[in-house]
Every structure is written in structure tokens, then in C-alpha cells.
Ligand binder design. Sequence first.
Ligand code: HEC
Length: 147
Amino acid sequence: MKWKAIVAATVLAGVAFGSVIAADGTHDSRIAMMKKIGGAAGALGAIAKGDKPYDAAIVKTSLTTIAETAKAFPDQFGPNSDKTDAEVNPKLWDNFDDFKAKAAKLSGDAETALAQLPADQAGVGAALKTLGADCGACHQAYRVKKD
Ligand code: HEC
């Protein structure tokens, strides 16, 4: 039962987090959401690479975080949000439907993986390959990386 409590707590934390920053639309709130997604992908990556042992609860929590955060991410780009964000490609505003579709693809792929919950290290690796392609597709199109 312990993992269920952990998942429930994480889901609740995610909801609370989302509601605090939902309509914010600033660079910081966008980055905060992406850091959440990045952290969850990192936890899956550690399992896929064998740095951490397979743990169904962590896999479930991470996929849930990615699915829910990706779903809420486009809300950060509403009409009154920051349109001068230097790390956001300005063409996002002209291709908002495509941007939303890319967020929905990530969230949908995470939900699909969640439904079939990867059962071992190789399964996590396969799921991460699909999700990683979704990250890359959107970043390539709409994220300006400042180094
Ligand atoms: C629908 C588009 C989209 C998808 C899908 C997406 N990202 Fe992002 N990501 C962005 C945008 C846009 C930014 C820049 C946000 C900003 O600067 O305001 C960003 C920024 C980031 C950052 C930078 C945070 C920082 O500290 O600067 C990380 C890390 C990140 N994304 C991880 C991921 C990972 C991991 C995935 C896949 C699991 C993913 N993203 C999927 C659009 C996306």
C-alpha cells in the first residue's frame, strides 16, 4: 500500500503546484513546470540506464507527473502571458495549435505508458525513447536554448 500513498501524495502535490502557477504565464512559471517534467524524465532515465533499480512506484509517479504537467503546460501561454520570453521561439505564437498538439502528444504518450506500466528496465527505456522524442520535437520547434 505504501506506493499508493506516495503516488497519491505526489499527485496532490502536482495539483496544488499546478493551481498555484496555472494562469501565471511567466518565464519562471514555465521553467518551473519544465523542471518538474525534467526531474521526472531524469528519474525514468536513471532506471533505464541501470543507475537505479527498477521501481514501479517511481515509474508510475514520474509518468503521472509528465502526463499532468504536459497537459497543463500550454496554459502558461495564454493571451496575457509573457510574449517576450527569450527562451521561447516567437513562432510559437503563430503556431499555437501545433504547440498544443506537441504538448498533448507528450501527455498522451505518458498516459499510454502509464496504462501499460513498463514492467522492467527495458520497458522503461522503451517508454523513455518515445517520450524523449516528444521533448525533442517541441524543443526543436519552440524552445530557444540559451547557453
Ligand atoms: C509542447 C512543448 C514542449 C514539450 C513537449 C517539452 N518541452 Fe521542455 N520546454 C519547452 C519550452 C517552450 C521551454 C522553454 C520555457 C521558457 O523558457 O519559458 C522548455 C524548457 C525546458 C527545460 C529548461 C528548464 C530550465 O531550467 O531552463 C527543461 C529541463 C525541459 N524543457 C525538459 C523537458 C523534457 C524532459 C521534456 C519531455 C519529457 C520536455 N521538456 C517536453 C517546451 C516543451
